[in-house]
Design a protein around this ligand. Structure first.
Ligand SMILES: *[C@@H]1O[C@H](CO)[C@@H](O)[C@H](O)[C@H]1NC(C)=O
Ligand SMILES: *[C@@H]1O[C@H](CO)[C@@H](O)[C@H](O)[C@H]1NC(C)=O
Ligand SMILES: *[C@@H]1O[C@H](CO)[C@@H](O)[C@H](O)[C@H]1NC(C)=O
Ligand SMILES: *[C@@H]1O[C@H](CO)[C@@H](O)[C@H](O)[C@H]1NC(C)=O
Ligand SMILES: *[C@@H]1O[C@H](CO)[C@@H](O)[C@H](O)[C@H]1NC(C)=O
Length: 408
């Protein structure tokens, strides 16, 4: 697969027509779908806050803790991110989800931290997290109250809240969609996007409107990632359904703006190790945010091995930024996507209930029939040299095998 020319990212709108034409010429011979190039280039001219050039990595409190959070847990999580070595691998956002603020605003209308669970305040927590070389995220809502109803929403307070976040040193905002007062998502999210862009601090904007208004089609100019689905649950059925729903938006993702199929459940206990390995592999291939959702203060070895696989993380963070997609259907699936240097990432995913053989054909994964590759198995770290035409392997039920194919 061809790599996008580096100058495309900075291209002015007047050059778009030329770029689109050029990209069409340069990619029409290979398996990339032309509309992907059109959308990626059009979108890149839009939001340029410099953030999210690769999918965001870090941790979020919701999947494990829900509302049962406090500043001690957040600090200990920042400590653990560094002590486990996960920070060094790129997991740098520590994101607090719902329930960090007091029930009411103060007399000036400002959001304030919940005095019983975050007594030191969010600025102190941001300072602590920054002191570890990490970044702090908070959560808000594009409605009158957040989804827990425990804290105020930001509808009508966008500029004031964005300034508050900036004054605290917040680096990331996840923005939920509850209590919408009957207003459609797009204008509510655009208003917060504008407020963040003029608040004086670079804040990553993570839209969480659950895919209700097809945000892939419009959020590229509004934020750095957008949820494409409802909330993930810690089970196989939910995880696979979400992977499938997210897949249809693949062509809209690219550097600066990513589809978000929700945070990782790896390590929370509701799936087997092989199911979690599949979950992590597919999220990495689909250029999804890698936001850990378990308690990293007590990681099991299996969980740590999955979350720490540098080969798999490198696929997610590859600077070409093209979302891999489902290339062969059925219970024995093949997912694939291009990487820099003409390489191709492939996941053989057995969604059936028994061990099965899976074959990825070069014709469906964007390689020339005659291309000979070295196949790097990212989970065993073994390399098979000189593979040609197809790759077939036996895969356990609900397991996957993931490769990077490097043409010789
Ligand atoms: C946070 O919660 C933990 C466990 O629930 C508790 O041990 C700790 O004292 C709490 N800290 C604060 C500041 O509430
Ligand atoms: C967005 O902001 C504008 C300007 O402040 C305001 O007039 C409009 O009502 C806001 N829209 C929504 C949906 O909040
Ligand atoms: C977990 O891994 C560590 C380090 O590799 C090892 O010492 C320990 O025995 C392992 N624990 C279990 C339960 O496998
Ligand atoms: C595929 O390989 C053949 C033989 O090397 C070559 O002639 C052809 O141009 C290649 N096609 C593409 C699309 O690279
Ligand atoms: C690969 O596919 C061929 C032909 O379908 C089959 O004979 C062979 O057993 C397969 N190998 C593996 C490892 O599945």
């Amino acid at each position: 697969m061809k790599r996008l020319p580096a100058h495309i990212a900075a291209m002015e709108e007047k050059a778009l027509l030329f770029a689109v034409f050029f990209l069409f010429l340069s990619t029409s011979a290979v398996a990339i779908r032309p509309e992907r190039s059109l959308v990626a280039v059009a979108r890149r001219a839009a939001l340029e806050n410099g953030l999210g050039r690769t999918p965001q990595m870090g941790w979020n409190s919701w999947n494990h803790f829900g509302c049962n959070i406090n500043e001690t847990i957040i600090q200990q999580t920042a400590d653990a991110m560094v002590d486990t070595g996960l920070a060094k691998l790129g997991y740098d956002y520590i994101n607090i989800d719902d329930c960090w603020a007091a029930y009411d605003r103060d007399s000036q209308g400002n959001l304030i931290a919940n005095p019983s669970t975050f007594p030191s305040g969010i600025k102190a927590l941001a300072d602590y997290v920054h002191g570890k070389g990490l970044k702090l995220g908070v959560y808000g809502d594009a409605g009158s109250r957040t989804c827990s109803n425990e804290m105020p929403g930001s509808l009508g307070y966008e500029e004031q809240d964005a300034k508050t976040f900036a004054s605290w040193g917040v680096d990331y905002l996840k923005y939920d969609n509850c209590n919408d007062e009957g207003l459609s998502p797009q204008p509510r999210y655009i208003n917060m996007s504008k407020a963040l862009q003029s608040c004086g601090r670079k804040i990553f904007f993570s839209l969480c409107e659950w895919g209700v208004d097809d945000p892939a089609k419009w959020a590229g100019s509004v934020g750095n990632s957008w949820r494409t689905t409802g909330d993930i649950q810690d089970n196989w059925e939910s995880m696979t359904a979400i992977a499938d729903s997210n897949d249809k938006w693949a062509s809209y993702a690219g550097p600066g703006g990513w589809n978000d199929p929700d945070m990782l459940e790896v390590g929370n206990g509701g799936m087997t190790t092989e199911e979690y390995r599949s979950h992590f592999s597919i999220w990495a291939l689909a250029k999804a945010p890698l936001l850990i959702g378990c308690d990293i203060r007590s990681l099991s070895n299996d969980t740590k091995v999955i979350l720490s696989n540098v080969n798999v993380i490198a696929v997610n963070q590859d600077e070409l930024g093209v979302q891999g997609h489902k290339a062969q259907q059925g219970d024995q699936e093949v997912w694939a996507g291009p990487l820099t240097g003409g390489r191709v990432a492939v996941v053989l995913w057995n969604r059936g209930s028994a061990e099965a053989s899976i074959t990825a054909y070069w014709s469906s994964i964007g390689l020339n029939e005659s291309t000979v590759v070295d196949a790097h198995n990212l989970w065993t770290d073994e390399i098979t040299s000189s593979v040609k035409g197809q790759l077939n392997e036996t895969v356990d039920t609900h397991a996957c095998k993931m490769y990077v194919l490097t043409p010789k």
